[in-house]
Design a protein around this ligand. Structure first.
Ligand code: PMP
Ligand code: GLU
Length: 401
């Protein structure tokens, strides 16, 4: 088929691919434990659902302005302003169909042919693809494993060229769960500012944080003078268990927000209207929100502790990155490479075939030595899943002799 060069290097999302395969195998009757999907296993809180139902009943079924309901943009801006302790104009907020869409809008609007965008390895699987869809080039920055995969300005200096126009940072990180401290984040922000490079900060896991203070350090916690041009990306998919509603947003200077809105006006128009009312409900009712988010994070923390413990017990030879945030465990599987299973894709396939446990190969995140499991699953599934995975891997080791 003769397709456009726009999609020359396009590959479908492997994270979505593995979880779709797991769902299919389960529907065929196989006993599958799905630790691949990066989505909370909780339902959206009832009081949030009710807001959408009430909005639909009241006739909120038509277009809204492209950048979202003004009251939703104002509510988001007010929250950001409280965090930043300075005024944030509501025109700086654009509501999108999920955080992925906000990232796509930003990359497509800011980058193009001849531009390099720094992508930190291991990366969330969609970053390089989104950059390439904008016809820019991802330039990979490998951070040291010993430092928990957190990059420093020296790492960035080594990767930057005269073509570098942007950098995408994700903290808490998918797939490692690593979190930049305020100082580490400030160093990256100042590096970007000094070079006039756009800083795209994906803070979708900001509230799923196991350190002090309940929220991982983000761009708005930095002194204003540390920030050059930036786009902050966030959304409700993870912290409110709203993956299916497709509710994300970006915050950036209003002039760029106008461009992002113009772009969005030709691509999707406004995000789904009932979803916007649900998001408004979630963000307006702070008391309920704090209570429910805190409860989910407590459950994720228990599961984080459980999976780290289970890995130590059942697979003590595998190195893991200790997650400070998000709900992923990134663990090395290259010990188990052999002629039959020469890479992370083959190891994960063997795990799935032998034990029915779905995990995502590290190659999806740019590091083929690793695999990722999501601990957004019940304690029972995690316990069974890791036990079964350990048995499957022991069989590979035995077959190797
Ligand atoms: N960024 C990261 C790091 C993610 O893991 C995800 C998960 N899908 C997204 C963005 C996109 O989130 P959304 O579902 O809001 O598009
Ligand atoms: N972000 C999640 C993951 O990494 C959901 C799937 C996706 O959008 O990539 O698994």
């Amino acid at each position: 088929m003769d397709l456009s060069p726009n999609v020359e290097r396009l590959e479908g999302s492997l994270t979505i691919g593995v979880s779709t395969l797991a769902k299919r195998l389960r529907a065929e009757g196989r006993d599958i434990i799905d630790l691949s999907a990066g989505e909370p296993d909780f339902g959206t809180p009832e009081w949030v659902r009710e807001r959408a139902i009430a909005a639909i009943r009241a006739g909120a079924t038509r277009y809204t302005p492209t950048a979202g309901l003004p009251e939703l943009r104002r509510t988001i801006a007010a929250r950001l302003a409280r965090r930043a302790q300075r005024e944030i104009p509501w025109e700086s907020v654009v509501v999108t169909c999920g955080a992925k869409h906000a990232l796509f809008n930003a990359c497509f609007t800011l980058f193009g042919p001849g531009d390099d965008v720094l992508v930190l390895v291991p990366y969330w699987t969609s970053y390089p693809q989104i950059v390439m869809l904008a016809r820019a080039e991802p330039a990979f920055v490998r951070a040291s494993e010993e430092r928990g995969f957190l990059v420093t300005p020296a790492d960035l200096d080594r990767a930057a060229t005269g073509r570098t126009r942007g950098i995408i940072i994700c903290s808490p990180c998918n797939p490692t769960g690593a979190v930049y401290s305020l100082d580490e984040l400030e160093a990256v922000a100042r590096w970007a500012k000094e070079r006039g490079v756009w800083l795209l900060s994906d803070e979708i896991y900001g509230h799923i944080y196991y350190g002090e203070g309940g929220v991982a350090p983000g761009l708005l916690d930095l002194p204003e003078d540390a920030l050059g041009p930036f786009v902050l990306v966030d959304g409700l998919s993870k912290c409110f268990a709203m993956t299916g509603w497709r509710m994300g947003f970006s915050h950036c200077e209003p002039e760029l927000a106008t461009q992002l809105t113009a772009f969005q006006s030709h691509v999707t128009s406004n995000p789904a209207t009932p979803s916007q009312y649900a998001a408004l409900g979630a963000l307006e009712d702070e008391e309920h929100a704090e209570r429910d988010v805190a409860e989910m994070v407590r459950a994720f923390r228990r599961r984080r502790d459980l999976v780290v413990e289970l890995m130590r017990e059942h697979l003590p030879d595998l190195e893991v990155v200790y997650p400070e945030g998000a709900f992923y465990l990134f663990f090395r599987v290259d010990e188990h490479f052999d002629d039959e299973c020469p890479d992370s894709t083959a190891v994960c396939r063997a795990i799935l075939e032998r034990s029915g446990v779905a995990v995502v190969p590290g190659i999806a995140f740019g590091d083929d030595r690793y695999a990722r499991l999501s601990f957004a699953a019940s304690e029972e599934e995690l316990t069974q899943g890791i036990r079964r995975m350990a048995m499957a891997l022991r069989r590979t080791a035995k077959a190797r002799g």
